[in-house]
Design a protein around this ligand. Structure first.
Ligand SMILES: Nc1ncnc2c1ncn2[C@@H]1O[C@H](COP(=O)(O)OP(=O)(O)O)[C@@H](O)[C@H]1O
Ligand SMILES: [Mg+2]
Length: 406
């Protein structure tokens, strides 16, 4: 199935066969060591990086967490999957915090194990390709993925996605993709007065090694440096698997300097893959109590599954509404700084009706300037990271990479 290096950890030795069968590899292609400590030795001495460690139910939970900590320090590119033969009590959040990618309940059959190991292989491979580029001393050429999320409709997620993407393409002069992953309710194209022409299948095929020229053909060119990717909303369509979304987004970021995604409003596989791949995630909320509570809860959920806090940006939309809440209330509830405040403006619905993003239609308006400022900040942060990667200060580089999960 793959040339990834997968190692089963823990007794009985037959666990190795079990893992091999689940991931459709030969029994000799999966490595085996007996314990967490043996796995640590192996990581220190391996002359080839190990992609995935799969821990058997025999490995005790404290040992598994200890190994996870070791992996975080010594081999941050190795993914860990923990297999249990009973339902765990409160283990999942601790495991996720320790950097374990997945906890699989074996009583549910082997399919879950296969999926978990496959996801871990994809993750490790992805991280490795980033690291290889960095250790060659070349600045990364891959684009940055920004996703925009809101746990509730009508907060301005699509408004922000389309205008932020437009502003970034203008500010940086780099080719930018704007992606509609809100499969049921997508309306990114409406903000540009256009219609998507591709199907979901067309889009997903781009992740399967499509020619680079094909990528821009499938996209709809929206302005000089901006291409849109989406399909007509179809509530009946089956949502693509997370893995397919991951490949699609990676294909886009190889082609574009920036990929700005209107993420779906749930925690589907595809949304989680999108967050895993994102360099930054904008959480959008209005200034109403329900909206802020919703978003605060989403943030907690996303932190619990292991996304690093520094990846999040909080954007207050219609931030001047007179509703009794202000930015400091939001900061208190969400325990995170507010990164941008976008005023309410009649120009937003007007520009939507015209099918022209407000950052192009009314560039001097307050609302356009607020979005552009956010774009400038993203562009500035990217430049700083790129400078760090090209520089010689490897201590910083290592630190940063440890926290980069994608
Ligand atoms: N800053 C704003 N000022 C005025 N109207 C806004 C603003 N942001 C969004 N809107 C309006 O709110 C509605 C919902 O925005 P939209 O981005 O489509 O929501 P969703 O979060 O569901 O994607 C739209 O009609 C849009 O014009
Ligand atoms: Mg929307």
């Amino acid at each position: 199935m793959t040339d990834a290096s997968v190692v089963a950890v823990g007794t009985p030795q037959s666990f190795r066969q079990q893992v091999a069968r689940a991931v459709e590899m030969g029994p000799d292609e999966v490595g085996w060591v007996q314990s967490a400590t043996a796995a640590e030795e192996l990581l220190l001495n391996a002359y080839q990086p190990i992609d995935v460690l799969v821990l058997s139910p025999e490995v005790k939970e404290p040992d598994a967490l200890g190994l996870a900590e070791f992996v975080g320090r010594q081999a941050p590119g190795t993914a860990m999957v923990l297999v249990r033969d009973h339902t765990w009590n409160g283990l999942l959040p601790a495991a996720m915090r320790a950097g374990i990618r997945d906890v699989v309940d074996m009583t549910q059959g082997t399919e879950e194990l296969r999926d978990a190991v496959e996801r871990a292989i994809v993750w490790a491979g992805n991280l490795r390709s980033v690291n290889v580029a960095a250790t060659n001393g070349q600045p990364l050429t891959r684009g940055r993925i920004l996703s925009v999320f809101s746990s509730k409709g009508g907060t301005g997620k699509t408004f922000l996605t389309s205008n932020l993407a437009t502003a970034i393409s203008e500010v940086t002069g780099q080719d930018t993709a704007v992606v509609d992953l809100d499969i049921d309710m997508g309306d990114v194209f409406t903000y540009f007065g256009r219609e998507p022409t591709a199907t979901i299948q067309d889009l997903m095929e781009l992740g399967e090694g499509a020619e680079r020229a094909r990528i821009k053909q499938i996209g709809v060119q929206l302005s000089e440096h901006l291409w849109g990717f989406g399909a007509p909303p179809d509530p009946a369509a089956e949502a693509p698997a997370g893995e397919a979304i991951g490949k699609f987004l990676r294909a886009l970021r190889n082609e574009f300097g920036w990929v700005v995604v209107d993420a779906s409003v749930d925690y589907s596989d595809s949304a989680l893959v999108c967050f895993d791949l994102s360099d930054a995630i904008c959480l959008v909320t209005g200034l109403d109590v329900v909206g802020v509570k919703h978003l605060s809860k989403s943030l907690d959920t996303l932190l619990t599954i292991g996304l690093p806090r520094e990846r999040f940006r909080v954007v207050l939309n219609r931030a001047d509404s007179k509703v009794g809440l202000d930015a400091s209330d939001v900061e208190r509830v969400m325990k995170i700084n507010v990164d941008a405040m976008i005023p309410s403006s009649r120009l937003v619905p007007t520009s939507l009706n015209k099918g022209r993003p407000v950052v192009l239609d009314e560039p001097n308006s307050e609302v356009a300037q607020a979005v552009r400022q956010l774009a400038v900040r993203f562009a500035g942060q990217a430049e700083m990271v790129a400078a760090g990667e090209a520089g010689i200060d490897t201590s910083n580089k290592k630190k940063r990479k440890r926290f980069a999960r994608n």
